[in-house]
Design a protein around this ligand. Structure first.
Ligand SMILES: [Zn+2]
Length: 228
């Protein structure tokens, strides 16, 4: 089976003049307080901000939290085939952006229900992954399929399946974060003892979300935990 590379729109080279990336100017065009136009200003040390030209309101952009579950059932791992871009048709664990009114574990369970119509019992935090180049921070939990132990495709999912650890389709996974987390999960599974992991993913500018040669893992920390 050959893998294909997903289209990427997020990681771009900073311009040579030392200014913000070209796309940065498009993020905020009008002030949400007064409706006037926005300017891009250097807050100091090349920290670029969007500031209203009228009322000076600053529109901050901060990283987003992505929360999700590695769901286990009878020794197998639940994966969803994505029905939307980016990476439509690729496999992933159920995960998505955290909402304002929920916890990380609550959001992970909600995303699992939305994408796989599956109830889960959260077991433990598993992998915290920062991806500074695209402003995302992942929190993935280990979980077990819960009653009624059923699953099916959600509106943004083409298929949902349980995979034996040896059969996880690494060449057809959607995201570097999911690939890294699942490789460690299977390693821990074989080791008979789960760890809690933290790491950063360093992405190459212009790289696709699932290109296996487009990133490297940095500052990987892992800790054994007693209960699993
Ligand atoms: Zn304003």
């Amino acid at each position: 089976m050959t893998s294909s590379i997903c289209r990427s729109e997020k990681v771009s080279e900073p311009p040579e003049n030392g200014g913000p990336p070209d796309s940065f100017h498009k993020w905020s065009k009008f002030c949400r307080k007064c409706g006037a136009g926005m300017s891009v200003v250097d807050e100091g040390d090349k920290t670029w901000r969007h500031m209203c030209i009228n009322c000076k309101y600053i529109d901050y952009f901060n990283p987003k939290m992505v929360v999700g579950c590695i769901v286990e059932h009878e020794g197998r791992i639940l994966l969803c085939k994505r029905g939307i871009d980016p990476c439509k048709g690729k496999w992933t664990v159920p995960a998505g952006f955290m909402e304002l009114d929920e916890s990380t574990a609550g959001g992970a369970a909600r995303e699992t229900y939305e994408e796989a119509a599956a109830n889960v019992e959260i077991v433990a935090p598993y992998f915290h992954l920062d991806i500074p180049a695209i402003g995302q921070s992942y929190v993935l939990f280990r979980s077990k399929l819960a009653e009624p132990y059923t699953f099916s495709s959600g509106t943004e999912t083409l298929d949902v399946k349980l995979f034996e650890p040896d059969a996880v389709p690494f060449q057809e996974l959607a995201f570097s974060s999911v690939s890294i987390a699942l490789r460690h999960y299977i390693e821990d599974l074989r080791d008979g003892r789960f760890r809690v992991h933290h790491a950063e993913i360093e992405k190459l500018p212009g790289s696709a979300p699932n290109d296996p040669h487009s990133f490297r893992l940095r500052n990987h920390m892992q800790f054994r935990i007693e209960s699993s």
